[in-house]
Design a protein around this ligand. Sequence first.
Ligand code: MSP
Length: 510
Amino acid sequence: MERVYITTPLYYVNAEPHLGHTYTTVVADTLKRYFQAIGYEAFLLTGTDEHGDKIAQAAAANGSSPKEYADRISDLFRSTWDQCGIVYDHFIRTSDRYHQEYVQKILQKIYDAGEIYFGEYGGFYCYGCERFYTEKELVDGKCPDHQTTPDYISEKNYFFRMSKYQERLIEEIQQKANLIRPERYRTEVLAFLREPLEDLCISRPTSRLKWGIPLPFDANYVTYVWFDALLNYVSALHHRGGSSLQTLWPKAQHLIAKDILKPHAIYWPTMLMAAGLPLYDHVNVHGYWVMDSGKMSKSLGNVIRPLEMKARFGMDAFRYFLLREMAFGQDAKFSEEALITRVNADLANNLGNLVSRVLAMQQKYFAGVVQPLASEWAREDLELNAKFAQAETELNVFMAELQFHRALESVWSALDHANRYIVHTAPFTLIKDPAKQARVGEVLHHLLEAVRTLARLLAPFMPDTARELSALLALSDNALKKPWGQGFAAGHTVQAPKVLFPRIETDAKK
Ligand code: MSP
């Protein structure tokens, strides 16, 4: 059986789940469901990143101990994903004992191999980024990301000989064109690697920071938070035991946004090389969601919370918008207006109307009983079938390239076709002629096949809707997989329609 191992970043526990975290997690969930649907064994890992200065400071500001604080926010992430219907297989916390032990094991291994040394380092330290900056990297003396003035810190620390792996890393990236994708991020990493790579400072003295994993070879230091957190992707599989590490690890697909490209495309592969582990299969990098008002931030009061979106619009509508609106790899704008427009046009009008019209006619004309198909299908019936087959083929191509918005576009193009097929075949007119009853039965049967195909194709993107469609068609998951024309046994009865996506009135927005 083919396998895939999908990961999200481990989210810092200094912020509550928001739109950005939700997007990556929804993409991971969609991919997992898609891979399962095409017969893969798929494993999805998510969790929280809990050590380091940033968390220690947030906990102190909150008047709690780092552990208490991390427990609370980590639980919040987990329960948010549960309520959003995310089907993760394991939730890892970097404070989990097994993870800490694994990090120490790898550190010791790399240390024993001579890949870690003790040295002195001075640099501008940004707590927001949890890293040192060189003077050249600062913009007007400030961190380019956080716009804060970093502290100059000079101290003795442990360093990982990252520079040693520069050539091998370049070779790996050049040999495997889609190790880092989309292409623009691969290009960015290769451009960065044209400059000499520095060694990586992987410790923090306990005199300055206690909230971290102690170095196994020097109790006066804790592990640098990135060195700790990146290892989660492997420690989780190691913890799972059995052959997970051997079978799943080489099939790893990381999902991240562009903000954490460098740790995932440079630190992490060189760490894997030093630890004697194979590289991941892909790191998939997406862009940023930005608000009309600019960056999403607490101070601007424009933070989008997933559970609020779910309560107001429904989780599937929110998922649909996220997956349809952002071209994976590029930035996208988030606005409620755009979400409402999409929900009304694509879900309420297009999808919702198709389903309710077909089921209403089936009910009215045949009391819900599916009528037989003719042995020879009319040209327009064959075309409808072909259009959905084409959508499925395209969807598979786009999913392999993480082009979720284009996969959905293909499905909606088939949906448009189905709505035109109703207008063109006009069952509501034909039914008035008793001699045309059988033809109306066929037309509706083909339309029910279209709805059945939609239930199958949309399941990874909109799982609740797919379940509702199956329930309306009174079909099991297995029946969804059958070829066109074979989905409904003789005498099968479908349900009366219901409103899947109510139109959102703009003045009722708030
Ligand atoms: N803890 C590190 C990751 C360690 S992974 C071993 C971290 N955490 S984070 O909480 O800051 O999460 C960053 C990730 O959240 C991004 O890479 C992305 O997946 C998601 N997003 C946060 N804000 C985002 C947007 N505005 N837009 C899109 N996704 C963004 O970095």
